[in-house]
Design a protein around this ligand. Structure first.
Ligand code: HEC
Length: 172
């Protein structure tokens, strides 16, 4: 008698264990596939962007090592270089296109054009657009503000960047 009920209990136990195992592994699978996906999407752009690859807001080191001071800018030539920016930026105040107005950009704090919908990456970059920072940024915007929605690869020619910045400086 005792043996029988013991066996019966054992069978119930095994069945329960199996059911629980199945339920648990099912649940775990949902969690493992769900959690990393959520974490990756939420955490990676902010963490990887700000912490690892982006230079500090006040760092102006370029990829090639050149500095703005090494160039004698030609502001008039800079106006023609602005053709590359025009699809997305206007120099008139209050005129936002795909990108914000760049009126008075030199010396301005990043992410501060009214009524423009910046990414958090740009808005929270802590950057002040000094000529030197613009010189670095325009070399490779995605490096300086990882996560920016500015779809522009950069200007590799440092002389052209210097010219453009000198012209932008006159647009304030
Ligand atoms: C394809 C469109 C596009 C082109 C071309 C482009 N930009 Fe932008 N730019 C943007 C967008 C969009 C933003 C806003 C980025 C964000 O919020 O992440 C931006 C942001 C900026 C900012 C930061 C503004 C702020 O208020 O913080 C500067 C400076 C800038 N662009 C300069 C330039 C210059 C100079 C050129 C030309 C050499 C240029 N951009 C070319 C789309 C563009």
């Amino acid at each position: 008698m005792m043996m029988r009920s013991g066996k019966a209990m054992l069978n119930v136990g095994v069945a329960l264990t199996l059911a629980l195992t199945t339920a648990c592994s099912g649940g775990q699978e949902e969690n493992t596939s769900g959690t990393p996906t959520g974490d990756t999407g939420a955490a990676q752009p902010a963490v990887a962007g700000q912490a690892s690859s982006a230079p500090a807001a006040d760092d102006t080191t370029t990829l090639t090592g050149v500095t703005l001071a090494e160039f004698t800018p030609d502001a008039a030539a800079g106006e023609s270089a602005f053709v590359q920016c025009q699809t997305c930026h206007a120099v008139e105040p209050g005129v936002n296109r795909i990108g914000p107005s760049v009126h008075g950009i030199v010396g301005r704090e990043a992410g501060t054009v009214p009524d423009y919908n910046y990414t958090p990456a740009n808005a929270n970059s802590g950057i002040v657009w000094t000529p030197e920072k613009l010189f670095q940024y325009l070399e490779n915007p995605q490096r300086v503000i990882p996560g920016t929605k500015m779809a522009f690869g950069g200007i590799t020619d440092p002389q052209q960047r210097a010219n453009l910045i000198a012209w932008l400086e006159t647009q304030s």
